[in-house]
Design a protein around this ligand. Structure first.
Ligand code: SAH
Length: 247
């Protein structure tokens, strides 16, 4: 028997000015069940209790996109939005973002077959029509004209150093679009270190948003990068290089 997730309607509203509808609550529950069952077979994620899953996977995934509607500085073209999630793992933040925004079109990418097989199965189980999953390296699709500069919004959580994440996702973003780095702690020094990489990648740091998670009060930072110019052909560098020699 798998436990029921808390609905937390008031907490969603108070913290992210958004509430899931009945269909979304059902999909969140199905997603939780898929994770619990998937975890028994493969080690997908450490998160297991309903509260933990709600906070670290659902709430945290939606934090990054919640302020797009309220913050003028973060304007991007109207829906339907093309969105990509790089290094999605078991589907985060991409799956909750797809559930919460049924009119967006998402592409979820990970280099590990096992993870993408899980995501594909979950998409089918939840009956989601607005996303698909792909086994590929960020460095490879970033150079592929079919994907390069094709997305209004790119998301990346828990994949590597900030400048490595920037090199992975900014080539995929359209000029004028946004990339969101989901981070935990963030210091002024991190901003300083990221600035030159972001500028080399035709972009600037538009906004840094800090907020505590509602249950355990852990700090989260979302770093919003605005792409203002096309990126030099040499980026992203060959597979493995961004991580070995970060910008
Ligand atoms: N974003 C998820 C998973 C983070 S774990 C979450 O927050 O829960 C990091 C994931 O990134 C792993 O699944 C790994 O396979 C993937 N990854 C790491 N480097 C990658 C690359 N260069 N291209 C695509 N996926 C990558």
């Amino acid at each position: 028997m798998i436990e029921q997730l808390p609905a937390m309607l008031d907490l969603w509203q108070a913290t992210l000015q958004w509430q899931p509808g009945d269909r979304q609550l059902t999909q969140f529950q199905k997603l939780y069940e898929a994770i619990i069952i998937g975890n028994r077979k493969h080690n997908l994620t450490r998160i297991t209790t309903p509260e933990d899953f709600w906070e670290k996977h659902l709430w945290d995934s939606l934090l990054g996109v919640a302020i797009l509607n309220t913050e003028d500085k973060l304007a991007i073209p109207d829906s339907p939005r093309q969105v990509i999630d790089i290094g999605t793992g078991a589907g985060f933040p991409g799956l909750p973002v797809a559930i919460a925004n049924p009119d967006w079109k998402l592409t979820l990418v990970d280099s590990t077959h096992k993870k993408i097989a899980f995501v594909e199965k979950t998409i089918a189980q939840l009956g989601l029509k607005n996303l698909y999953a792909l086994v590929e390296r960020a460095e490879t699709i970033g150079r592929d004209p079919h994907y390069r500069e094709s997305y209004d919004l790119a998301l990346i959580r828990a994949v590597g150093k900030p400048s490595v994440c920037a090199e992975y996702i900014l080539p995929l973003v359209k000029v004028g679009g946004l990339a969101i780095l989901y981070r935990g702690h963030w210091e002024e020094e991190d901003t300083f270190n990221l600035e030159s990489a972001v500028s080399e990648l035709g972009s600037k740091i538009e906004l840094i948003h800090a907020q505590k998670t509602p249950i355990t009060e852990s700090i989260r930072h979302c770093i919003y990068l605005r792409k203002h110019s096309p990126i030099a052909h040499k980026y992203p560098r060959a597979v493995g290089v961004p991580n070995q020699k970060p910008l």
